[in-house]
Design a protein around this ligand. Structure first.
Ligand code: NAG
Ligand code: NAG
Length: 473
């Protein structure tokens, strides 16, 4: 009896220790210019945050002509990852409803098996883990397709399948248990699940972990052996600017990133097996945490052709958000918050008031555009009691208190009158009447705007990152 409970305790510990992987969703389409060294640079940057692997999102290479290169880039990714103790999984993008050639089981099987001997191929128990984006909304796929893929691989190289079936994830925002239960009965083939919906869905309210809990408990009670993967994302805004209001939206994301992480670390009722950050480099949906690519040098190995979408991405640095990710990832992995060793304030804001009509982009209506608050938001992590001061335009020296017990949050609203020349937010860390560090944003908030832009720019006050803000510390 005694022995048994010791073993049970030991295996419980082991379970906790083994189930703390963090992946970041990586758009292979943005890796056209990548070399093995560029992959290594990205991997180093991700590892500094505590990210263990990339989930490689790619569309069927023959879906459109000219995408064959993706197979080679993935090869380079495995070469780089293997040498750096980094993991990779596939996220087969099954959301494209028109393709010259759709995904087929033979090709997927070949691409998965190709790396069965590579140490970077992430395994869940002994199976290679496979994820998707979608698979439930396109006729060519669905439960039988997934079952076929798994059956084909069962003898040679069995896989664990944890797809992201977006209809179910969206439905779960209003009916968590119902959708989780539908997922289990409709998709008998799946072992685990990636709940893609990391943003409030067309509502002006904060997201909760109730859908996450519903999916995870449905997997468990149905005896599925795969991981529950919880998605965490800082933002959501996209504008295809095609005149269709359905193709242009923002999700209420003002304090989404710290809020969702906070829910994850402080709520015993949600313990996902894996976290997936959405995303590393999806620039078009404004949820990238990677450094911005080099915009001017077309020969840079991270060069990306952003086209129209560049209008809301270039200049909108998000890198300091990685400081928030790093803090909470460490907390989640270790079960306790990490020691605070630096004074840092991460702050972010959009660059025009929401009611402003800009000269480009979907000025006739970005869906949900009234949801975000016109404000500069800040997340402070300090080693000693400090006053954080925030200013923009006529709203000067709005303050909040922070101390070493953990992160604090504050904000300053945009002033009622914002001029065309713009107001640049300034944020300072003060202690004992002295200013320790201060920084102004790299972008002003202005009513003279070239694009209806709901993608924020992120800055940092204090040390810990050397790009993106004009620090005067
Ligand atoms: C399967 O997919 C691959 C990659 O897109 C393609 O080259 C091949 O022609 C497809 N096979 C069939 C039978 O459609
Ligand atoms: C979301 O939560 C934050 C607290 O982190 C709160 O300040 C804010 O008012 C909430 N937003 C809505 C729309 O309820």
């Amino acid at each position: 009896m005694y022995t048994l409970s010791v073993i049970a305790a030991a295996s419980a510990l082991l379970r906790v220790a083994s189930a703390t992987e963090v992946f970041a969703h990586f758009m292979v389409q943005n890796a056209y210019a990548y070399t093995v060294d560029q992959w290594k640079t990205d991997i180093t940057s991700a590892q500094q945050v505590g990210i263990d692997g990339f989930s490689l999102n790619w569309i069927p290479p023959d879906c459109e002509t000219g995408l064959d290169w993706m197979v080679d880039r993935i090869d380079d990714a495995f070469t780089a990852a293997e040498s750096m103790g980094f993991s990779l999984i596939y996220s087969f993008d099954m959301s494209y409803s028109t393709c010259d050639v759709f995904w087929n089981q033979t090709f997927m099987q070949d691409m998965i098996s190709k790396y069965a001997g590579n140490s970077a191929a992430y395994r869940w128990n002994s199976n290679m883990l496979v994820t998707t984006y979608g698979g439930d909304q396109v006729d060519e796929y669905g439960n039988e397709f997934f079952q076929g893929l798994k059956d084909n691989m069962q003898d040679s190289n069995p896989i664990t399948l944890a797809p992201a079936l977006t209809m179910y994830s969206m439905g779960a925002q209003t009916d968590p248990t119902g959708e989780a239960s539908n997922l289990m009965s409709d998709y008998t083939s799946i072992d685990g699940y990636l709940n893609w919906q990391a943003w409030p869905l067309n509502v002006d309210s904060n997201i909760t972990v109730t859908p996450d809990q519903a999916f995870q408990s449905a997997l468990k009670s149905n005896g599925r052996s795969g991981p529950y993967i919880m998605a965490v994302s800082p933002w959501q805004y996209k504008d295809l600017n095609d005149g269709n209001p359905l193709d242009s939206w923002v999700a209420y994301s003002d304090t989404l990133f710290p809020d969702r992480f906070q829910a994850l670390v402080s709520n015993d009722a949600i313990q996902p097996d894996i976290i997936e950050l959405l995303t590393w480099n999806d620039f078009c949906e404004s949820h990238y945490i990677r450094d911005l690519p080099n915009q001017d040098d077309t020969s840079a190995t991270d060069y990306v052709e952003l086209g129209d979408m560049g209008a809301y991405v270039w200049g909108q640095n998000h890198a300091p958000w990685r400081i928030i990710a790093k803090y909470y990832i460490s907390w989640w992995k270790n079960g306790s918050p990490p020691a605070i060793t630096m004074d840092q304030v991460v702050f972010w804001h959009r660059i025009h008031p929401k009611a402003t009509v800009c000269s480009g982009g979907s000025s006739t209506g970005v869906r949900n555009y009234l949801y975000p608050e016109d404000a500069v938001f800040a997340w402070a992590l300090v080693t000693e009691s400090s006053t954080i001061s925030m200013s923009i335009g006529s709203n000067q020296y709005w303050t909040f208190e922070a101390d070493s017990s953990g992160p604090s949050m504050g904000m300053v609203p945009f002033p009622l009158y914002v001029s065309g020349s713009g107001d640049t937010p300034e944020v300072a860390i003060m202690r004992n009447g002295e200013t320790l560090h201060s920084a102004s944003s790299s972008q002003a908030v202005s009513t003279d705007c070239a694009w209806q832009n709901f993608n924020p720019v992120v800055g940092l006050v204090g040390p810990g990152m050397n790009s993106g803000t004009n620090s005067t510390s």
